[in-house]
Ligand binder design. Structure first.
Ligand code: ADP
Length: 590
């Protein structure tokens, strides 16, 4: 459908109304004028006829026809009117323009008939005498109360029509002028009405483009002002709704990005609509480039692909666990739910991924730990049980063997005691650390190192090992003295255990930036590199047989590690077979 501008719809309507009014006005004026003009002409003719009658009355009774005709001629010339005198018989006795002798009887003329009756007769009709339209006004011609005939004055209609035509022309020119003025005025009015509409249209388009800040100017007409105000109100509402939506979007975005779970939203066709930061990190994809791509293109792991396919084709929530092996081995727990709108129509799928690698590792560690503890406890208990049974079976009666067996039982009991003590120590440190009940205080650490060395002194002396201490007197750290002493005892005790008799062990302490570094150095057998990463695990031993023979629960370094952590520090080891072994304990400086 072709559309036209409002101005072009209003303007012709204005013109049509104006022209119709003008035509009607012109027609009414012209016809009123014509009527008036003819009335005036008739009155004028009546007056002229009355004048002629007065002249004729002055003639003596039974005047001569020639005399009458002469008066008619004279008065006709003077008044530029055709003047006719007709007897009651209808015989024409005088005429200003024709010879009465040659004129036929006028008794049948309508104006004559009315005048003979004593009235003013008016008629407009074709004159057979003159051969054109004439207006006739006839009066009774009286002399001394006697009607002699009729006096008639007439004018050709041509003259009246000519006068009227010139009047019409003036009216027409005037009308044309008025029409032109109306045209210009109506165009200006139409423009004035539609101009603000154009402004409103431009403003509404601006709103549609999203520029909601610039308000529309309010026009001075009531309806358009109402429309502009309604549009401005709409823009305000839109702006506040957009702000609410974008705030909600930002809140959702913030919630999604702060989640530790990976969240993926897919549409029904399997395209990735949203992936949060955690999800992108878990799947090792770039969140921005992955957006709107087929999820199958983005995700390479076959297990996860299969899970997503199942979720897309299944309306019910699905849970699964999968292992992704790329550069590292990670375990994910996945939860898939179909996304539905308010009417229950499927929009796609939501997948939530949780990295449970650590949880599984922890579970494994705990399982291993229980198995290890059982195993560690079982060995001495089996030994004790065996010797007790042997004693009961009769060995008790062999005092030499019995004493030997009882000594072994005592040794194994000590071992059990040692394991249980270490387990209790470890769990106490863990618990206290969890409950934040390990209190640190800033103090000099040399004294703590000295008492730790003192504890190990007897064992070292038995192997002729010297322990050298190198620590500045004023070196201060944030420490829990009993725990730090225990950690150092464990490290020095290990060094003594694994060093050759007659060798030396160094205990050194120094400040390293914001930390205090305590090192225990020995020249024992060293530790092969493959064991280094696991050396701080509970019950981990490089050479289980040898370690057991030397003694030790296998928990010493685990205790050191937990004490370091409780101090907000760490412990590291540097060693290699045949090289020196250095355990470094980092603590916070005071
Ligand atoms: P244990 O109580 O059996 O000594 P630890 O946890 O203290 O247990 O030590 C774990 C293992 O680390 C030991 O069995 C030993 O194999 C190794 N190890 C610890 N300290 C040293 C050291 N100074 N030199 C060589 N090996 C060591």
């Amino acid at each position: 459908m072709t559309r036209i501008r409002v101005v072009w719809r209003l303007f012709p309507a204005f013109i049509l109304i104006a022209v119709t009014c003008l035509l009607a006005g012109t027609w009414y004026t012209a016809s009123s004028w014509r009527k008036f003009y003819l009335q005036e002409t008739a009155v004028d003719l009546e007056n002229r006829a009355r004048l002629v009658e007065i002249y004729l009355q002055d003639l003596r009774p039974a005047p001569d026809e020639t005399q009458i005709n002469a008066i008619c001629r004279k008065l006709g010339q003077l008044t530029s009117t055709r003047v006719t005198a007709i007897l009651t018989s209808g015989k024409v006795v005088g005429d200003s323009e024709e010879d009465p002798q040659r004129m036929d009887n006028h008794a049948d003329r309508p104006e004559f008939k009315e005048a003979v009756q004593g009235q003013v007769g008016i008629s407009t009709r074709f004159s057979f005498t003159l051969g054109h339209d004439m207006m006739y006004v006839a009066l009774p011609w009286r002399q001394q109360e006697r009607t002699l005939g009729v006096v008639r004055a007439s004018l050709p209609m041509k003259a009246i029509d000519g006068a009227l035509r010139s009047l019409y022309q003036k009216i027409a020119w005037g009308g044309l002028g008025v029409a032109l003025v109306i045209t210009v005025l109506s165009f200006l009015i139409a423009r004035r009405i539609t101009g603000p509409l154009d402004d409103l249209k431009r403003g509404a388009l601006r709103f549609a483009r999203g520029d909601l800040d610039r308000k529309l100017p309010v026009p001075d007409t009531d309806e358009l002002a109402g429309l502009a105000e309604a549009l401005n109100y709409m823009a305000e509402q839109l702006q506040s709704q957009i702000e609410t939506l974008s705030r909600q979007g930002q809140e959702q975005e913030a919630i999604l990005s702060s989640m530790t779970e990976g969240v993926l939203a897919l549409d029904a066709a399997g395209r990735l609509l949203t992936i949060n930061r955690a999800g992108a990190a878990m799947l090792r994809v770039d969140a921005d480039t992955a957006q709107n791509l087929e999820v199958q293109e983005v995700i390479k792991d076959p297990g996860l692909k299969w899970f997503i396919n199942r979720t897309l084709s299944n309306p019910d929530p699905i849970e699964g666990e999968m292992e992704i092996k790329d550069d590292s081995r990670r375990i994910f727990q996945a939860h898939g739910t179909s996304l539905r709108d308010a009417h229950g129509i499927s929009l796609g799928t939501l997948i939530v991924l949780r990295d449970i690698t650590q949880l599984r590792q922890l579970e494994n560690t705990r399982r291993d730990f229980v198995a290890n503890v059982s195993h560690e406890l079982k060995t001495p208990i089996t030994s004790i049980k065996g010797f007790v049974e042997t004693l009961l079976a009769g060995a008790l009666n062999e005092p030499k063997n019995a004493e030997n067996f009882l000594q072994i039982i005592a040794k194994q009991t000590d071992r059990l005691n040692e394991i249980i003590d270490d387990l209790l120590t470890l769990s106490r440190i863990e618990q206290d650390a969890e409950r934040r009940q390990i209190f640190l205080q800033g103090q000099k650490i040399k004294g703590v190192l000295q008492s730790a060395i003192q504890v190990c002194e007897t064992k070292a002396a038995a192997k002729n090992i010297t322990i050298e201490l190198n620590c500045p007197d004023d070196l201060r750290g944030q420490i829990n003295p009993p725990l730090l002493e225990q950690a150092l005892v464990n490290l020095v005790d290990n060094a003594v255990k694994f060093s050759e008799p007659g060798s030396a062990i160094q205990v050194e302490a120094e400040r390293a930036g914001t930390e205090v570094l305590v090192r225990v150095r020995d020249r024992g057998p060293g530790i092969p590199p493959e064991h280094l990463p696991r050396i701080f695990e509970r019950f981990y031993r490089v050479d289980a047989g040898r370690s057991r023979k030397i003694g030790g629960s296998g928990l010493g370094l685990a205790i050191v590690k937990h004490i370091a952590l409780a101090h907000g520090g760490r412990v590291t080891v540097a060693s290699a077979p045949g090289k020196e072994t250095v355990f470094s304990l980092f603590l916070k400086a005071d």
